[in-house]
Design a protein around this ligand. Structure first.
Ligand code: G3P
Ligand code: CA
Length: 247
């Protein structure tokens, strides 16, 4: 099985993260999948943004949970990335997208979608049902993977859609498998500097169920391609595709 390449938050090494422009760029570069993060607004809209607040990635301020969708849409999700080499004025017009808009954008393309539900800090009552409903309506039968650091969220997603891929995000040691966990998404440093590499034979059966994040270093990419983990998530998909083609 060949290791898939997912664009982390779209193509965040070169394009504004979690924006439609970034997702399109990842597709142009040839990714197998896209990873994005979702939160819920005060009025129940599912929006695609990494942080719980607007401040780092937009010219707005405040927590997503305290703002309506209309309020969030006043701000630019591209202007904070004006230091990027690829910056064009058009980026100023990028808004925090909805999950529905991303699914509409992806419609013509055969890419997998990893939706990370950011439910660790705030509970966002009903976020799992809302995300599931949007995917059912606009997902076009696309392969969707639900991931989270928050186990109760994953249990809810599994109940809502027993056929969906469910992945636990892990920062340290791999936990024991649960019946509802199909994949582990492991921080790559815990592969490259861990017991996993000292005992590859033992861990080999897990590799097809392992996706690694966030893999930007060339040697890490090559190592993970050779281990044939299920996927890597990277901020630089173009670079990863070059190294994978060389294997
Ligand atoms: O889904 C893997 C990775 O995206 C988790 O870290 O902080 O980039 O959401 P973060
Ligand atoms: Ca993420």
């Amino acid at each position: 099985m060949i290791t898939k390449i997912y664009g982390h938050r779209g193509c965040m090494g070169t394009y504004p993260e979690n924006t439609l422009a970034g997702f399109m760029q990842a597709i142009r570069e040839g990714v197998d999948g896209i990873e994005l993060d979702v939160h819920m607004t005060k009025d129940g809209e599912i929006v695609v943004i990494h942080d719980e607040f607007l401040d780092r990635t937009t010219d707005g301020t405040g927590y997503i949970k305290d703002l309506t969708f209309a309020e969030i849409r006043k701000y630019s999700a591209g202007v904070k990335f004006s230091h990027y080499d690829a910056f064009v004025d058009q980026w100023r017009l990028e808004k925090v997208p909805t999950l529905k808009e991303v699914l509409e954008l992806l419609k013509p393309y055969e890419v997998e979608l990893n939706i990370e539900l950011k439910t660790t800090r705030f509970m966002y009552k009903g976020i799992e049902e809302a995300v599931h409903q949007i995917v059912q309506s606009y997902g076009n039968n696309r392969k969707v993977i639900y991931s989270s650091f928050h186990l109760p969220t994953l249990m809810r997603m599994n109940k809502l859609d027993p056929n969906a891929d469910i992945a636990l995000l892990v920062e340290g040691m791999l936990p024991h498998p649960h019946e509802y966990l199909d994949y582990f998404h492991l921080e790559s440093v815990h592969i490259s500097k861990s017991a996993i590499l000292n005992n590859v034979a033992h861990w080999k059966p897990v590799f097809p169920r392992l996706r690694a994040w966030t893999v930007n270093d060339a040697n890490d990419m090559k190592q993970l391609f050779d281990l044939r983990v299920a996927a890597i998530m990277t901020d630089f998909p173009e670079k990863a595709l070059i190294y994978r083609n060389e294997r």
